[in-house]
Design a protein around this ligand. Structure first.
Ligand code: ADP
Ligand code: MG
Length: 249
């Protein structure tokens, strides 16, 4: 579904993404992990068209995405969440999702956008009542709204950035289950970025690990959790989570 080849991003003299290649198969959940600053969000920003790659190729269902604008890419079927939610706080929850549904789909009627928004909110467990206020949402609710906005664009590939940030343990479990459910019930392929391994490891099919902009490991959760290079990167940081060691094969 997605073939990324020799992707680079330079910011001035700094290389944030350094020769990264990977594939994503339709129907899978790929985890993308790495310490803070390792280039995860930068890869998402290039996949979603927020900025162009410095070099490299991104083929989505056979079509080159490098250089396309974000609205073209979302219309082609790639939805993304943002690490830091910035909804329109004075619009309702439903209006936020409906705007995403309207502008994130190509040639869609307003009625279809509202419909997509309601379905997306139901999927993530947020109220579809038009009076439900965005300002009433806490950290977990804002993360759900990010997911709902991405789902309202009717993606075939979902890019989920740090969906667990700021959540407590039970909220993290819920968020992980939700990404599994999105794949199972909606048939959406997922790339899921986190800096901690934790619960991500029990939901993903495969994991890719970044460090300083480079891919240092790739494999099943069990393979990656036992890779000496990964252990080295994660030791001595505050991101070690013993959930990784207990990941099922
Ligand atoms: P991650 O999501 O893995 O925490 P990022 O992809 O956000 O990391 O950032 C990778 C590196 O690139 C960091 O050192 C960050 O400071 C840098 N970076 C990200 N975006 C920009 C930008 N727009 N301009 C300059 N540097 C950036
Ligand atoms: Mg990030």
């Amino acid at each position: 579904m997605l073939a990324v080849e020799h992707l680079y991003k330079h910011f001035g003299g700094f290389t944030a993404v350094n020769d990264v290649s990977f594939d994503v198969e339709q129907g899978e959940i790929l985890g993308l992990i790495g310490p803070n600053g390792s280039g995860k969000s930068t890869i998402f920003n290039m996949l979603a068209g927020a900025f162009p790659p410095s070099a490299g190729s991104i083929l989505f269902e056979g079509r080159e995405l490098a250089g396309l604008m974000p609205h073209r890419i979302v219309h082609l079927g790639i939805g993304r969440t943002f690490q830091i939610p910035r909804p329109f706080r004075r619009l309702s929850i439903l209006e936020n999702a409906a705007l995403a549904g309207y502008y994130g789909q190509d040639r869609v009627s307003r009625a279809e956008a509202w419909q997509a928004a309601e379905e997306a909110l139901e999927m993530v467990g947020l109220p579809t009542d038009p009076r439900a206020e965005t300002g009433s949402l806490g950290a977990a609710g804002l993360k759900k709204l990010e997911l709902a906005k991405a789902l309202a664009t009717k993606p075939r590939l979902l890019l989920a950035d740090e969906s667990l940030g700021g959540l407590d343990d039970s909220e993290m479990d819920q968020a992980a289950d939700m990404l599994g459910k999105i794949r199972a019930e909606m048939g959406i392929t997922v790339i899921w970025v986190e800096h901690i391994m934790g619960v991500l490891m029990r939901v993903v099919d495969r994991v890719m690990v970044l460090d300083h902009g480079e891919k240092i490991s790739e494999g099943t959760p069990a393979e990656v959790a036992n890779d000496p290079r990964v252990i080295e990167v994660y030791l001595g940081t505050d991101t070690v989570d013993t959930g990784a060691a207990a990941a099922p094969g």
